[in-house]
Design a protein around this ligand. Structure first.
Ligand SMILES: [Zn+2]
Length: 74
């Protein structure tokens, strides 16, 4: 596959210390099937992990990736 990349913080690209999961309330907005749970996994570095707006930014990045066709529905 060509879409593999080295693990890096989703928000800033730094080496990650944690993995997280994002589950959109409306999977169809993220290229999924309505009613079917979609889970996006991501990495965070220690500094982004503690930021209060991290969740909001994570959702925006994932949305942008889905819109750009980077994430692939499986
Ligand atoms: Zn970071």
């Amino acid at each position: 596959m060509t879409n593999q990349s080295p693990a890096s913080c989703l928000l800033c690209g730094a080496p990650p210390v944690a993995i997280g999961a994002f589950m959109p309330e409306r999977p169809e907005d993220f290229g999924g099937i309505p009613g079917k749970t979609r889970i996006f996994r991501y990495y965070l570095c220690s500094s982004c992990q503690g930021k209060p707006d991290a969740q909001d930014r994570i959702e925006k990045v994932i949305r942008a990736e889905v819109a750009g066709g980077v994430a692939h529905a499986s």
